[in-house]
Structures are given as C-alpha cells and as structure tokens.
Unconditional design. Structure first.
Length: 409
C-alpha cells in the first residue's frame, strides 16, 4: 500500500511540475460559483465540504461559521492545483466538464486522498429523512474506549436547527474545528476540511446517547460513544503539563529561519515576561492560537513582553521546515520569532526530549508562561479555538488577565 501511495504521489507531483515552457493558454479555469467537494476516506465513506469560487484565482471554503480564503490556485495543462493557506496539503485535480476529480495530497506524510467536486451544488450532506433526534447541548464523550494508549475523553458541544447540526468536540489538547452536518433521521453526520485535517464523524443518536465513528482522512478511524451531560467538564488545561521536580525554569537553544541560534538567555528576553509557544505549522489549533497571539503581541509589544514559538515539524528536511515557518509568518504577519525545535517528525515523545524539564509534551499547542525573573509560572496545554465559542472567549480573558499580573510584578 505504501508503494502504491508513493506511486500515485509521484505521478501527481510529476504532472504538476511538467509544465510546458511555451506560452500555451490554459484550456479551462475554475468556473465561478458553488461546489460540493468530497473526499473518500476509510470504509469508502464520503467526507463532504463546500467551497465557492470567487474568481479563477480565489475561492472560499466553508465549515459552519468558518470561512477559509484561498488565493494560491495554479493551472497546468488540464489540471488545477489548490493550496490552502499556511498548511502543506493541496488539491490536485483535472477538469471533468465543470466538475473536478483528483486527490488531496500531503507529501511529507505520503498521504493521498481521492477528491471530487461537483459544480453548482450547495448541499453538504444529503439528508433523506427528517430529524427525529436532537443533539443540541453538551455531551460527555469517550474515543477508542477500552483501547489502551488510544483512549481519551472529549466534550461534545452541538447546536441543531431542523436537520442542520453544527458544533465541535473539545479534548484535553484542543478542539476538532468547526464541524457542520445533518441529523438524518437518527443518524448524525458531521465534517470539516481546512487543508490540514479532513474530519468526518458519523453516529447513531438517541435522546441520551450516541455511538459512532471518527474518521481522519483515509489513514485513521476510531469509535466513540457519548452521553448527555450538561455539567461535564474536561480536566483543567493548566494542570496537565508541568515541570519535573528540581526544575523551576525553561532552557533551550534552537535556530530561527536564518539558521541563527536563539536562546532564552538572549538579551531580548531578559527581564521580560516571556510566552513560549510549542506548536507546528501543520496544526490548525496552533494556527488559531498563533493568530490570537500575533494580534495580542502587535498591541502590546511596547510592554515588557516577548513571545517565542518552538516549531516541531514533520517536514523531512530542515530547509522545507524553514520554508513552512516562513510561509506561516508571512501569511498571518507573525512578528515574534519561530524557532525550529525539531524536523522529520512531530512525535511528542521526541519533542519532550528537546525539553527534558517538562513531564511530557502532551499537545500541540502548549503555552508556557515565564515571569520577569525567568521562572515558569504556568503551563497551559492545548488551545480552545473560535469553534468552541464561549470557551475561546474565556481563554482570552484568562490569558490577558494573567499576563497583566506578570507584567505588574
């Protein structure tokens, strides 16, 4: 299977790069208007999402309230290549009339997922029955229940209007993005696609329970169960990651994208409140967090505060990892340094080896708060992004309040 995937990948990339040097006009471009896209994931399930082409060079992808603007669209011969902002993944497809057929590709991970898009269609999931269950509310969920090392808990937060369902699952390490779908009879179907992750959730629902399967692309699936519990809360994100006994500070030296070594001992960090962000350019929750931190830093960089991000990249070479960091910084205007802590894998056990004073690296992202004396004061695991609604607002309030406390010391 691995060789088959690589062969498909090579063929697609080869065709992508075999562009004639002559000034031949493209035979076809994306037609403006709505499209219904679908990815074929495990069990031959269909993972749908919607996008709208604004012009031959711009489109928008929709997931519930989320709108992703895409402006990296190229044409070669009879094919179109659509690259979403920041992330590595891209769609390579050929025209079939006004429709598209091809693959969603993540080269570094050797992942190729079949893709199809139908023009002038706005439906996401085709519900054949009226909803006879309602998932509106809070759900206590368990994924891979009883499977050692894979089992974890989550909090489902859903809204339902007729057949339409939106919401997300929060875990101890982050959220599963803006999910959108339907209640088809007693069958719930939710999906999201952002260029990094392609998620599909299917479940059979009763008034008090749900049982289903979570699919991530065509490389992963796991079962989940859930029950209604309006008082359910996840463990405190400030208690999950901590310094090992005998440590009270953080220490590291990693290169920036100019391959210059940067250390917490550098003058720019002395006598400052320092926020250390453990992240990856491939991580949607990290992107949400980076957008917020960028906005906050621009408003407060005249104060005694510095941010520094440590990127753990699965890019196979240092040069590729640096280019992805540069792309992220350019796309969202990050003004604080992003250092390359690791490349070739995003494995959390390997990441913890780079920061041995931590009990573990549990999540991308993780935020470490350091006071003006260089002491670690708090470590926040994960990030509740905009898809979590009030939880995102609460995080920003807590973050800004704690920063003001540290600045006042």
């Amino acid at each position: 299977m691995r060789y088959l995937i690589l062969s498909v990948l090579v063929l697609v990339v080869f065709s992508c790069k075999n562009e004639s040097n002559s000034n031949v006009l493209n035979k076809q471009e994306l037609k403006t208007g709505p499209y219904r896209a679908s990815l074929t994931v495990k069990d031959n399930k269909e993972l749908p999402f919607n996008f709208e082409v604004i012009s031959a060079s711009k489109l928008k992808i929709f997931n519930a309230e989320e709108v992703i603007e895409v402006d990296e669209i190229t044409y070669r011969n009879d094919s179109v290549f659509i690259k979403t902002p920041v992330f590595e993944g891209y769609i390579a497809a050929k025209f079939e009339g006004d429709n598209l057929r091809g693959h969603f590709i993540k080269e570094s991970l050797n992942r190729v997922v079949p893709f199809f898009a139908e023009y002038n269609t706005t439906t996401r999931f085709n519900a054949v029955a009226q909803a006879n269950e309602n998932v509106d509310g809070i759900w206590e969920a368990e994924f891979s229940k009883g499977v050692e090392e894979d089992e974890y808990i989550a909090k489902g937060i859903f809204k339902q209007d007729g057949n339409k369902v939106t919401g997300t699952f929060r875990t101890t390490t982050g959220d599963y993005r803006f999910l959108e779908g339907v209640m088809d009879g007693n069958s719930m179907k939710l999906s999201t696609f952002d260029g990094a992750h392609a998620f599909l959730f299917t479940a059979t629902v009763t008034d008090t329970s749900m049982e289903g399967v979570f699919y991530s692309g065509n490389h992963w699936k796991e079962p989940f169960v859930a029950k209604r519990n309006k008082t359910f809360e996840l463990p405190n994100a400030n208690d999950l990651t901590f310094l090992k006994e005998g440590y009270d500070s953080l220490d590291f030296t990693f290169p920036n994208t100019s391959d210059e070594l940067v250390s917490l001992k550098d003058d720019r960090f002395k006598d400052k409140v320092v926020i250390v962000q453990i992240m990856g350019t491939w991580c949607p929750n990290c992107l949400d967090e980076s957008k917020y931190y960028t906005e906050f830093y621009k408003k407060n960089k005249n104060k005694d505060i510095e941010f520094v991000a440590l990127a753990f990249e699965y890019a196979k070479t240092k040069e590729t990892a640096f280019s992805r960091i540069d792309r992220l910084q350019s796309k969202i205007g990050i003004e604080y340094p992003i250092l390359l802590a690791q490349f070739g894998t995003s494995d959390k056990a390997k990441a913890q080896e780079k920061l041995p004073m931590l009990n573990h690296v549990l999540s991308y992202p993780t935020t470490i708060y350091i006071d003006k004396k260089g002491k670690v004061r708090k470590i926040h695991t994960g990030f509740n992004g905009p898809a979590t609604g009030n939880k995102y607002i609460a995080f920003k309030s807590e973050f800004e309040g704690f920063i003001n406390t540290l600045l006042a010391e």
